[in-house]
Design a protein around this ligand. Structure first.
Ligand code: FMN
Length: 215
């Protein structure tokens, strides 16, 4: 009983102190931007790392981390091998889920949406900015296929280095970017005693509708 009263007092105090509960009137892209800028200042590694979940032909879900390379109000872009597990999944079903979690600021953003291939010119432009060895890596790695021996990868790297010696390395046709256009965002922030703050934004008739969720 005593512990309970104490907890309640602490909770009330904490809630009063915390002035930054998520505003239901925010635009989700602007809120993403605010949190991402904060994460960039605090996260030790890869604040742009996001989990992407896909669904296979056999309706089996899978997820992995990728790096979000750009974002704006049209969506979130990452690059990958189109013949990879995720690449094949997206070809079959372009509905995906993203998740950013920033431990340093105790915030999570979930996104659901549809993935589509970006234009070749945009992918080419990005590919040109990559370091030479990363470009060679994109050619040499049959991402997600069986690698019998690490040596096989090393040999392929040597082979492609030779092939492109003193030449501009073009983007492989099997390597590009996907842009995820959100239909749902959920912003989550840690509050003491696991009484977290969650707000969902869902697109309805081209307008974002928001609602607060129980933690
Ligand atoms: C921090 C981090 C960043 C990564 N970034 C990418 C990326 O941008 N693109 C990519 O294809 N794989 C990236 N990976 C590797 C993927 O997690 C995954 O192993 C790979 O894409 C193969 O996944 P799949 O077999 O499900 O297609 C990254 C992994 C980590 C841990």
């Amino acid at each position: 009983m005593c512990l309970y009263t104490n907890l309640n007092k602490q909770t009330n105090k904490n809630m009063k102190q915390r002035k930054n509960f998520i505003d239901l009137n925010e635009n989700p892209y602007d809120l993403f931007n605010k949190w991402y800028l904060k994460a960039k200042l605090n996260e030790i590694n890869d604040p742009n790392a996001m989990n992407i979940s896909t669904i296979s032909k056999g309706v089996k879900p899978s997820s992995r981390i990728v790096l979000m390379k750009s974002y704006d109000k049209t969506g979130f872009v990452f690059y990958t091998n189109l013949e990879s597990h995720k690449g094949k999944d997206i070809k079959f079903n372009n509905k995906v889920a993203l998740n950013f979690y920033w431990k340093s600021i105790l915030k999570q953003i979930r996104i659901e949406g549809t993935a589509s291939l970006i234009d070749d010119e945009i992918a080419d432009k990005y590919f040109d900015t990559r370091q030479e060895i990363s470009k060679i890596g994109a050619w040499a790695s049959s991402q997600s296929s069986k690698l019998n021996n690490r040596k096989d990868l090393e040999m392929k790297i040597v082979e492609y280095k030779k092939k492109f010696k003193n030449k501009r390395i073009p983007r492989p046709s099997f390597w590009s970017g996907f842009k995820i256009k959100p239909v749902l965002f959920e912003f989550w922030q840690d509050i003491e005693f696991r009484l977290h703050d969650r707000v969902e934004f869902r697109i309805l008739k081209n307008k974002w509708k928001s609602r607060r969720l129980f933690p």
